[in-house]
Design a protein around this ligand. Structure first.
Ligand code: MRU
Length: 343
């Protein structure tokens, strides 16, 4: 099972996703500062995967005797949009506090570091289990022989393994449904072209790559039975932040009468946000747009916008697919139950 995050010999080992598909390079992080750097630079990316990485970052802070509140602040700041990151860090802080309170009574032999490694390992294992459950629930939505459009990479590479949107595809494939995927390339960083196309090919799942500006034409001229994407944060009303371009696809899907599904674990629900307009959208370096694969494709000083995410309004979402099952509109009541059931 492909997983982009491992923890071995007191070190977080990350598959460097900037180098895929050309090279398979693993990066070692021995301190929380190195984990922060790796999240910022997108060595590891995808909402659940950065949550898992940050959880191990907190354990590494304990090992070094660093202040956990400093590490928590630094890790949470690394990328602002995916709530899984702050959720995982807060869960690690809560574990440390519990240990502090119970150290005399319940856990006399465990060190803080050991307890935090165990907690981070549990977060990773739960994420994998949630992805499999998302897959099982979502596969039922896809008809036999379906063509599924997706955006960015919400696959094994973006999670502890198996994936959310691609978990749905993977489960349908495993059930022999004969699905195929149309992957949008996902400018500026090409997660669709570099990661989704690679990951699906590795698993023998049929995939066709298109550039982002082909999506409308492909929806109009080919039979696309569903759009399935992941999410970085889902607000209380069901508005969902995901990779820039997702909102556009939702408008196109609505126009063409194609169901639009968002697949995510419970850790992506943020009940503190009433609606998507409150979600902070990460703005990244202008050179990501001016350049492509290290080559300058625009004037050096041209003004650029580079929001990394956008928000799909809940009215465009046919259903949300969680590990706990499929949720149909109106979303608010079901999301309250799912959001407060988070481990
Ligand atoms: O900037 P990225 O590559 O971290 O963005 C990733 C996405 O937008 C994914 O679709 C999202 O995190 C869900 S991953 C299961």
């Amino acid at each position: 099972m492909l997983s982009p995050v491992r923890f071995e010999q007191d070190t977080l080992v990350l598959l460097d996703q900037r180098r895929l598909p050309g090279e398979t390079v693993w990066v070692n992080c021995a301190t929380w500062q190195e984990v922060r750097h790796a999240v910022r630079r997108m060595v590891v990316r995808g909402a659940p995967a950065i949550g898992v990485a940050a959880a191990f970052g907190m354990a590494l802070a304990a090992r070094a005797g660093d202040r956990l509140d400093d590490a928590a602040r630094g890790l949470k700041d690394a990328r602002p949009t995916a709530v899984n990151l702050s959720w995982a860090v807060n869960r690690m802080l809560a574990r440390a506090l519990r240990l502090d309170a119970n150290i005399q009574v319940e856990e006399p032999s465990g060190t803080l570091y050991e307890a935090l490694v165990a907690e981070a390992t549990a977060i990773a294992a739960e994420d994998l289990a949630m992805c499999k459950a998302i897959g099982a629930a979502g596969a039922a939505l896809l008809p036999r022989g379906a063509t599924v459009m997706t955006h960015c990479n919400a696959g094994a590479l973006a999670t502890a393994g198996y994936g959310t949107a691609l978990g749905v595809v993977r489960a349908a494939h495993e059930a022999g449904k004969g699905v195929r995927v149309i992957a949008c390339e996902t400018r500026p960083l090409l997660q669709g072209a570099r990661l989704t196309a690679w990951e699906l090919q590795e698993d023998g799942i049929p995939v066709t790559l298109i550039t982002d500006n082909m999506a409308a034409h492909v929806m109009k001229t080919q039979r696309v039975q569903a759009v399935v994407v992941g999410a970085d944060r889902i607000a209380r009303n069901g508005d969902a932040a995901n990779k820039i371009g997702t909102y556009g696809l939702s408008v196109l899907a609505r126009h063409h009468g194609i169901p639009f599904y968002v697949a995510a674990p419970a850790s992506t629900v943020d009940l503190s946000m009433p609606a998507g307009d409150a979600i902070v959208i990460e703005e990244r370096d202008a050179d990501e747009v001016r350049m492509m694969a290290g080559v300058r494709v625009a004037p050096e000083d041209v003004d650029v916008l580079n929001p990394a995410f956008d928000v799909t309004p809940h009215q465009h979402i046919t259903a949300l697919v969680f590990d706990a099952g499929i949720v149909y509109p109106p979303f608010e009541e079901s999301l309250r139950a799912i959001g407060s059931s988070k481990a």
